[in-house]
Design a protein around this ligand. Structure first.
Ligand code: SF4
Length: 375
């Protein structure tokens, strides 16, 4: 199956991998034939100058390009997260953290990136490193940061804003009154699309109960397997019934999920495998089931990444099965020894694993208030 890459001039390049060829390699060869300069270090989406117009590479294995933080504010960061990137405006999303710290909830938190990053910096702070005051306290010390509530109002250009990328808005230690102040801050910045993501499903519903839905705020739940999906569905169903936009992040996918009961109650599904040194593999059947359910229901589906592990069936013929390899059952059991019907998974690294599913990028984004959508 081929890929289509649109140049900023409007010209469309068709990329058709030959048998067994990875989409990224086919794309590289097509660009080379067209006279584009070779890709530099860093991978991912890169704007390459060319007489016909620049090409924005889909981030097959790396991150979309990053722009300077809005207003030069050091407490706000441009986010490399693929599902925050606006491919139409060619603009990165932003992480906005009006709360600091968190504690673990379920299996999806086991290798929490925010915990690892904050803990490293907290230790460095204690050892005398010159770091911002926010690292004085350990990650589990959850506290509101009201001095950041005004920030989204000050960014004029519309952004996709990830609310609390380093915490959980509905953490039980955050007072409901403060969480509602966060909603007021979002209400005062309708130029943006706010993407909230929580693992505290029931508390989300409790806190939003007195609030009127905001058309530019999307309430998302993070689930990783069937038990977490079963917990999340009733609050999501109720939030949708009350008129909120709803979405689900199935990342890191750690087990199968039956998506059929979800489809009438969500407007977007993002799926992805785990990355990082301790990453666990994602069975290809889980990703395909999520994609197929969305296709049948006409829902936008975004496949973020395979993570560190790639199904051996996706390797090129020239690539050896090699090590480390493990065998993953449909239920999520991992084993070092080959057995049917477990699929072999190979640790190739996040960049090589990329984010093509059956040779295609899936980066659909729901239409937002500003009319912008991804594809
Ligand atoms: S809820 Fe999110 S931020 Fe909090 S510990 Fe879990 S993964 Fe980390």
């Amino acid at each position: 199956m081929g890929l289509k890459v649109t140049l900023t001039s409007g010209k469309v390049l068709s990329v058709v991998p030959v048998s067994g060829q990875a989409p990224e390699e086919a794309l590289e060869q097509t660009l080379k034939r067209q006279g584009f300069p070779p890709r530099g270090k860093g991978g991912g989406a890169i704007l390459r100058p060319h007489p016909q117009g620049a090409v924005l590479l889909p981030a097959l294995g790396g991150h979309p390009p990053r722009a300077p933080p809005p207003g030069g504010d050091p407490t706000v960061s441009e986010s490399p997260i693929e599902w925050l990137y606006d491919f139409q405006q060619q603009r990165s999303g932003v992480s906005w953290n009006p709360i600091q710290g968190c504690t673990r909830v379920h299996e999806g938190c086991r290798h929490c990136y925010a915990w690892e990053l904050h803990t490293r910096r907290h230790q460095a702070y204690q050892n005398g490193a010159r770091l911002p005051e926010q690292y004085r306290l350990p990650f589990h010390a959850v506290r509101p940061l009201p001095e950041r509530l005004h920030q989204p109002r000050t960014w004029r250009a519309p952004r996709r804003v990830f609310v609390n990328s380093m915490s959980d808005l509905f953490h039980e230690q955050v007072e409901a009154g403060y969480i509602r102040q966060v909603f007021r801050a979002m209400a005062e910045a309708p130029q943006h699309t706010f993407l909230v993501l929580t693992k505290r499903y029931a508390r989300m519903l409790e806190v939003i109960a007195p609030l009127a839905p905001l058309p530019h705020v999307w309430l998302g739940v993070s689930v990783v397997n069937q038990p977490t999906a079963d917990q999340a569905l009733p609050p999501v169903r109720e939030a949708r019934r009350r008129g909120w936009h709803t979405w689900v992040s199935y990342e890191p996918a750690l087990g199968p999920v039956d998506w059929q009961p979800w489809l009438p109650h969500i407007e977007w599904l993002v799926a992805g495998g785990e990355s990082g040194p301790q990453a666990r593999p994602m069975h290809p059947a889980w990703a395909l089931a999520a994609r197929d359910a969305c296709q049948q229901a006409g829902l936008p589906f975004f496949f973020k990444q395979w993570g560190e592990w790639l199904p051996a069936a996706e390797l090129k013929p020239s690539e050896k099965l090699g090590k480390p390899t493990l065998y993953l059952s449909l239920e999520g059991a991992r084993s070092d020894t080959r057995h049917d019907p477990a699929v072999p998974m190979v640790r190739v690294g996040r960049k090589r694993a990329g984010r093509a599913l059956e040779g295609r990028l899936h980066q659909a984004y729901p239409i937002t208030q500003g009319g912008s959508h991804g594809y």
